[in-house]
Design a binder for this molecule. Structure first.
Ligand code: ATP
Length: 461
């Protein structure tokens, strides 16, 4: 599947058709690159978050989680460098005035792989040398910087005193709250603070569905350590992220890779930076998470701008210092999309053709679906309903009595339900067994009703 060149289109269509993701405000024609998670998307989202939380917080002794506000004091963004430096390079189509990211045009023209670190002058020079035109074939303006922070006003007055910004990166709560977390949890270095939170960026161009949007969620672990421990912590977290994608998310190792940022490409705060890239079929390898060695940049800046002493006091060594931070910052939308790319399957031809999501059971929106063989036989419906109610106590279960069993299998396959249970005449007249159909193998063993919970629990492990 991964080599397909129209997988994105299939996934967008599946998401819409089955209620994973809808364009936001669709009845008004949609609103550029904003999306709503529908009922199934919501369940998948929560399961991915749960898996992430289990791996990064619950299974560790050294990470706690917070949830910060979206609005923060405007000085946060001055201190972080976002007001001054959080900008992409923009070029404008001189005829229709559409705007584009210059680095993306240079990359798409095959001139270099990562053009994010070019200066304005270098960009202009390259664009002229290679005679790059806008995607609509028109000449382009000179390059200029475009700040990505989303600005608004809070309160009843709209002047400079009420300017506020939506979070440009979610992690800022963590730095600003670091001392509170340290003191209230009585932690010792090294330890991490995790957060799943919204971020907003006024991206110049938005495309590729959930890959690049203006509102998105970031899943962060910011790990605080002694400066001399930071290279070791950095390596450990790199390994941890690799293991998360390959072991917990079960992504094929050939679909992910590391890419180190070149010196001129790194964000203004990072001393070392590697991206985890996932192979989005026809789009190729694209960043899904950044692992950055941020040094003490963030705490230094916030100490300076707030005038507060944010230093850690090491009692044993009797010294005070701002810890170094190893950052792991992944995008939720990109992880959600990568999950769909990874587990989308098609097999068979014609009437036999089926689409299924081979999701790890822990991520599947529903673990089991229960069907009565025939909808108009009350004894079958009653028994199936009984089983449905038993299983609901332990699993997230779907009920379906529409159409025929084949259609119901097809429908559950498409949303990744690992097991479908059918109650038939043998169940009520025979030995009290049901068929349990496996999504991936299509096998249908018969299992006794009283053994179902144990059987499914075992299979889900
Ligand atoms: P890119 O180079 O693709 O713009 P970035 O390097 O600016 O991304 P970071 O600032 O490192 O991204 O943010 C961490 C993570 O947040 C990224 O790895 C990505 O998964 C996610 N992310 C960043 N921008 C967006 C966006 N506009 N839409 C969706 N996810 C995003």
């Amino acid at each position: 599947m991964h080599e397909q060149n129209n997988l994105m289109e299939k996934i967008v269509s599946l998401c819409k058709r089955r209620g994973f993701v809808y364009p936001s405000s669709e009845i008004y024609g949609g609103f550029a690159a904003t999306y709503d998670f529908g009922p199934l998307g919501f369940l998948l989202k929560k399961n991915i978050e749960k898996a992430w939380r289990k791996w990064n917080v619950e299974m560790r002794d050294d990470v706690v989680e917070i949830e910060g506000a979206i609005f923060m004091h405007p000085k946060v963004w001055e201190a972080s460098g976002h007001i001054g430096g959080f900008a992409d390079t923009l070029v404008e189509d001189l005829v229709n005035h559409k705007r584009f990211r210059a680095d993306h045009l240079i990359e798409e023209a095959g001139i270099m792989e990562n053009a994010g670190g070019l200066s304005l002058e270098q960009t202009d020079e390259l664009m002229a040398k290679h005679e790059i035109k806008s995607p609509d074939g028109n000449p382009l303006s000179k390059a200029k910087k475009f700040n990505q922070l989303v600005k608004t006003h809070l309160g009843p007055i709209e002047d400079d005193s009420t300017v506020a910004y939506l979070k440009g990166e979610s992690c800022q709560n963590i730095y600003v709250d670091w001392k509170n977390v340290l003191e209230t949890t009585r932690r010792k270095l090294p330890f991490g603070i995790a957060q799943i939170g919204k971020a907003f960026r006024n991206e110049i161009t938005v495309k590729n569905f959930l890959f690049r949007t203006r509102e998105f969620e970031q899943m962060d672990v910011q790990y605080f350590c002694r400066p001399e421990d930071s290279p070791k912590c950095y390596q450990e977290w790199k390994q941890n992220r690799w293991d998360f994608y390959t072991q917990l998310m079960k992504f094929d190792v050939s679909h992910i890779r590391w890419r180190q940022h070149a010196q001129d490409e790194k964000a203004f705060y990072a001393t070392d930076a590697w991206d985890v890239e996932f192979k989005f079929a026809e789009l190729g390898f694209r960043e899904i998470e950044g692992v950055h060695d941020r040094g003490s940049y963030d705490l230094d800046q916030h100490s300076k701008f707030s005038g507060q002493d944010l230093r850690y006091f090491d009692v044993e060594k009797n010294e005070k210092f701002n810890p170094y931070v190893v950052e792991c910052s992944g995008g939720f939308g990109r992880l959600f999309l990568a999950t769909l790319f990874e587990f989308y399957r098609e097999e068979g031809e014609g009437d036999e053709k089926r689409v299924y999501l081979s999701l790890p059971a822990s991520l599947a929106p529903y673990k089991v679906a229960v069907f009565p063989l025939l909808k108009n036989k009350p004894e079958l419906v009653g028994k199936a309903r009984e089983i449905y109610n038993i299983l609901r106590k332990d699993f997230s279960v779907a009920w379906d009595d529409r159409g025929n069993v084949g259609k119901r299998y097809y429908s559950q396959d498409e949303i990744g339900t690992p097991f479908c249970i059918t109650v038939d005449f043998e169940t009520i007249e025979g030995d009290g067994t049901v068929t349990v159909r496996n999504r991936d193998t299509k096998e249908q063993p018969r299992v006794k009703i009283e053994d179902l919970v144990e059987y499914i629990t075992k299979q889900l492990q």
